[in-house]
Design a protein around this ligand. Structure first.
Ligand code: ADP
Length: 243
């Protein structure tokens, strides 16, 4: 579904991503790990079009999307859920998700039209899928951090993604919220068939959720493989896991 080859991005003289390589097959859950500053967020921004690569290829469903604008990439079925919560804080939970649903359908909000009725139904479905239906009327800016991150995922689901990219989905969550988020990610993958690519510092979560792992260090992919392959990789042990 996704194949990244030789991706590079510099900010002035600083090379943030020097050589990123990654493959994600349909239906997989893949994690990107690496120390702070390794280039994980930059890689995700390059894949989703928020940054333009200096060189390299990003193939999504057989098409090179490197350098396309974020909305064009989004329309192809690739969504990003941000590390830092980026919802409309004064809108309700329901309205935040409905905006995403309407945007996908290229509809504006005209009350009482069939299109809005369908968007409302779909919004309820997403909210119940992620467990936020009982908070639909809550003003988003007043949600707990954990619920805001789940809302962030719900907004990404409004795009009906085939591939959902999540930048540290459980960052700042309590252990209980983390468990719920883990179950949610498994459900999105298992029941809704959404392919998932995420980066995360919580190694327990990574080894629990991911079928394959890609390891970055200083902008470069140093290993890629199953959890066991990566665990046993000498370069990874030296560079990252401290083994
Ligand atoms: P990670 O997500 O692995 O922590 P990042 O992709 O956020 O790493 O950052 C990789 C490196 O690129 C860091 O050293 C960071 O300071 C730098 N960087 C990221 N974005 C910018 C930017 N817009 N301008 C300059 N440097 C940046």
């Amino acid at each position: 579904m996704l194949s990244v080859q030789g991706l590079r991005k510099s900010f002035g003289p600083f090379l943030a991503v020097s050589d990123a390589n990654l493959t994600v097959a349909k239906g997989e859950v893949v994690a990107v790990i690496g120390p702070n500053g390794a280039g994980k967020t930059t890689l995700f921004k390059l894949i989703t079009g928020q940054l333009k690569p200096d060189r390299g290829q990003v193939m999504f469903k057989g098409e090179d999307i490197a350098g396309l604008s974020p909305h064009r990439i989004c329309r192809r079925g690739l969504s990003l859920s941000y590390q830092v919560v980026s919802v409309f804080p004064r809108m309700s939970v329901f309205e935040n998700v409905r905006v995403a649903v309407l945007a996908r359908k290229r509809q504006v909000l005209r009350l009482f039209t069939p299109a809005v009725r369908l968007a409302n139904e779909e919004t309820w479905e997403i909210l119940s899928n992620v467990g936020l239906a009982d908070k639909a009327e809550v003003i988003s800016g007043t949600l707990s951090h954990g619920d805001s991150k789940v809302l962030e995922m719900a907004i990404a689901l409004g795009n009906r993604p085939e591939l959902l990219i999540m930048d540290e989905p459980t960052a700042g969550m309590s252990p209980e919220e983390t468990r719920a988020a883990k179950a949610l990610i498994q459900r999105l993958n298992g029941e809704l068939g959404i392919t998932i690519l995420f980066c995360e510092h919580d190694m327990e979560l990574v080894f629990n959720l991911a079928q394959r792992i890609m390891v970055m260090r200083q902008g470069e992919t140093i290993a890629q493989g199953t959890c066991d392959e990566v665990r046993c990789d000498e370069k990874v042990q030296q560079a990252y896991l401290g083994g």
